[in-house]
Write a protein that binds this ligand. Sequence first.
Ligand code: OOB
Length: 542
Amino acid sequence: MLEGSTPWPAEVARRYRTAGLWRGETLGALLRTVAAEHGESTALVHGDRRISYLELDGRADRMAAGFTRYGITSGDRVVVQLPNVPEFVAVCFALFRLGAIPVFALTAHRSQEIGHLCRITGAVAYVLPGVHRGFDHRVLARQVRSGAPTLRVLFSLSGQGGDVIDLSAVDAEPREFAEPDPSDAAFFLLSGGTTALPKVIPRTHDDYTCQVRAASSVLGMSTSDVYLAVLPLEFNFTWGCPGVIGTLVSGGTVVLADAPTADDCFAMIVREQVTVTSLVPSIAQLWLEAAEWSDADLSSLRVVQIGGAKLQRSVAERITPVLGCELQQVFGMAEGLLTLTRLGDPTDVVLGTQGRPLSEEDEIRIVGPDDRDVAAGEVGELLTRGPYTLRGYYRATEHNAIAFTEDGYYRSGDLVRLTADGDLVVEGRIKDVVIRGGDKISAAEVEGHLLGYPGVLRAAVIGVPDDFLGERTCAYLVVTGEHPSLHDLKGALRDRGLADYKLPDRVEFVDELPVTPLGKVDKKALVLLADQGRPTVAKQKG
Ligand code: OOB
């Protein structure tokens, strides 16, 4: 087992195996099996490129052998930061075959996040997009390498420049590799994060194949399904709920979208006869608006899954009438647990709840501040453990002691309740995270960076309600001297190498931050203050 990971207790693992939930399959072997069965079928579509199962399988084999030429071997960690392109999938399967471990980064991540990921995982290689949306990741890569001693090799999607190897050169005659241990980490997902430095989540072959198979079965996925990957592939939702892996396991076709824009996606739905897709609520809203005006025939769509942030009922109500397909609400987390409404559930369940856990072995507790179970129907913090929910973040002993109960429940930080029928409803959260669109922003992380700005004495970042994104970020600052403009603050955070989506949308200045009787910053009071836009508070737009 990879050092720094936390295994499930032996008797629990035995139970999952006996129940047939953990089948000892690796993700690399899964693709081999489907390719043997559906070789000529189309696995991936991207623009005009169509890649069959056999081609994908063959590419993964050649790439795996190619990676070894650069010294990458079993157990090595490799940061993968790629947009929705076929190479993303090929690189991951190549690494799975090798037993090396992809570490998923967002394309929006910059030197802060990539540097941290490289250091915490001890990554030996970094796969980057070259120039993406006007940003040259090769410059970022060189910068990161100077501060990450383990990082040896850089691979890029496009254009090599001396020390950056073009991905197309990662190619060699296929060879056999020892199968990785299915109970070991297959890849790392990034947590939505409550801490100043993001935590990484080891997902094992056993746990992820369990999740993906169950999610595929809930959606009734088959060879005739065409999944449109609209959100970034590195998002658990897109990758395996059932997403890309679930579609491939079912012998269906995955269509990769470059951007979530309705125009482009509607054209792909029509051309490829897309049956399933997954969206965050803000993108669903954009699609609804566009669909009112569009004459695109979206009738191939069977299901639109929506999750990642709370879906307002008013938006949920419009999905079926406007898009002409079923809605499935999904509440999930990179850490594991998924709850979903089921196809054919009563309307009230689909519109007003986030459904039921994916697996019968998912265990849920809803507790009050005293860690005792709340009364039936009451709101409390969701704790969970199960066959695809992590038992510990990677290399995070201290944090794990607070993020998990002694008996292995993960403390989600989400406030939920159960309806009388056993469906989960998300009511809020106690973790200090802003959910902007589907993006998760750790308040502590941004506050830390704001405190690095000259003259900032105290900083508190909160989420304020927003009709479109659900929440936007607002930074409350106590400063000495002149008030910096929002523009200058954002520029400074960007210069520090922080991803753009984490930059505050709004800044407010106060003489003091309100505190609770326990002396902690009173963020609830700040949310109220932000809402009132109190006249005594100097406002600055920028
Ligand atoms: C998904 O995963 P993450 O890791 O980016 O974020 C997890 C957090 C949850 O703890 C919860 O706070 C929030 O995102 N969340 C929702 C939600 N789905 C996720 N809050 C309200 N309603 C929902 N439907 O976001 C994720 C992973 C897999 C599938 C779907 C979403």
